[in-house]
Design a protein around this ligand. Structure first.
Ligand SMILES: Cc1ncc(COP(=O)(O)O)c(C=O)c1O
Length: 358
């Protein structure tokens, strides 16, 4: 059977989600807040009236209308997928593929590499630069290195995560514009964490017709379990995604839930405010601990560097019932990525750290 396997995928490792039970989940950058009961009820009430035996809207029209109002973008420029993950997959399938190259500044979100490789494309990883200057720690794009891989006569794809997972903050605006200007191909800017930082390039899609914005309902909208993401781009880019997507990729439950959550922006705003407040509070407390460096964040997680080996810190936290993430990559090898939880969870985390690091 091994003969039947794709040779180019032999060394690819599948994504390994953590499966720990009964822990405080600070490893997956989820929202710590589930939907309130009345909002769940509004979703169930609508779902109950639907025919489960029929396929549901393959183009997600009601959700695109709702997103159009939220974003101030025409529905034709919006494409909905089963999580931002599927959007990344569709970008790779539609615009990368065999014989093409995908440029990815690293460390970053692992799906870019996995789905690019699965599409058959060649992945080019360009390490970020860390500037530990007087203004704090800033992760920067290595513009000359990235540009050295540009091919003027062959279309390529580039993924930029902004703010970046796992480093936590935005890249320099002018660096991104420079790349958008010079690149011969699709630039996918992943704004999964947009709501926690507030900066977006959505309003630039007409100026840069090669720009695709990626967003998700898994973070501030608290719907990670229902798998909803979307892309925003000019229509002639979006058209290509419809060619590669599975026909009924977003379930009726997920489409309805997303529409109903968008009707409750007061609740979403409240979640956002609570998470941002908790992030700043957690950051201040972690910074006071001995041997810990905390990087700037415009997301719902904090990247921290430790004087102690990170495996030890990770394991000791786990023994205390707290799961955090060991991000992959040489650049972040003694760091942990910690999702911001509720105020109570964060308090337990700080207490655990005080114990471990003393
Ligand atoms: C940068 C980034 N993009 C995309 C995703 C995946 O989002 P989704 O749950 O919508 O697939 C994540 C998840 O953590 C992420 O960090």
């Amino acid at each position: 059977m091994d003969n039947y396997k794709r040779e180019d995928l032999l060394s690819l490792l599948p994504y390994k989600p953590a499966k720990e039970k009964e822990v405080i989940r600070l490893h997956a950058n989820e929202s710590p807040y589930d939907l309130p009961e009345d909002l769940k009820e509004a979703i169930f009430e609508r779902v109950r009236k639907e025919n489960f035996n029929f396929y549901y809207d393959p183009s997600c029209d009601e959700l695109k209308e709702a997103l159009s109002s939220y974003l101030g973008v025409e529905p034709e420029k919006i494409f909905v997928g089963s999580g931002a993950d599927e959007i990344i997959y569709d970008i790779a399938l539609a615009y990368a593929g065999p014989g093409r190259e995908v440029i990815i500044p690293v460390p970053s979100f692992s799906s870019y590499e996995i789905f690019s490789a699965v599409s058959g494309a060649k992945v080019i990883r360009v390490p970020l630069l860390l500037d530990e200057g007087p203004e704090g720690c800033i992760w920067k794009l290595d513009l000359p290195k990235i540009k050295s891989h540009f091919k003027k006569d062959e279309p390529q794809v580039m993924f930029l995560c902004n703010p970046n997972n796992p480093t936590g903050d935005y890249f320099n605006d002018s660096d991104i514009f420079e790349l958008l200007e010079d690149f011969n191909g699709i630039v996918a800017v992943d704004e999964a964490y947009f709501e926690f930082g507030g900066k977006t390039l959505i309003n630039m899609i007409s100026q840069f017709p090669n720009l695709v914005i990626i967003r998700t309902f898994s973070k501030v909208f608290s719907l990670a379990g229902l798998r909803i993401g979307y892309a925003v781009a000019e229509e002639n880019i979006i058209e290509e995604f419809y060619k590669v997507k599975p026909p009924y990729n977003v379930s009726l439950f997920s489409q309805i839930a997303a529409v109903e959550v968008l009707k409750r922006m007061d609740w979403v705003e409240d979640v956002k405010e609570k998470i941002i407040r908790a992030r700043e509070d957690l950051k201040a407390k972690l910074k006071k601990l001995p041997g810990v460096t905390v990087y700037p964040s415009s997301t719902n997680f904090l990247l921290c560097k430790f004087d102690m080996p990170r495996d030890v810190v990770h394991q000791k936290l786990l023994e205390k019932g707290i799961l955090v993430r060991k991000p992959e990559g040489k650049e972040v090898e003694n760091m942990l990525r910690i999702s911001v939880g509720t105020a109570e969870q964060n308090e337990l985390l700080v207490k655990a750290f005080e114990d471990i690091l003393k």
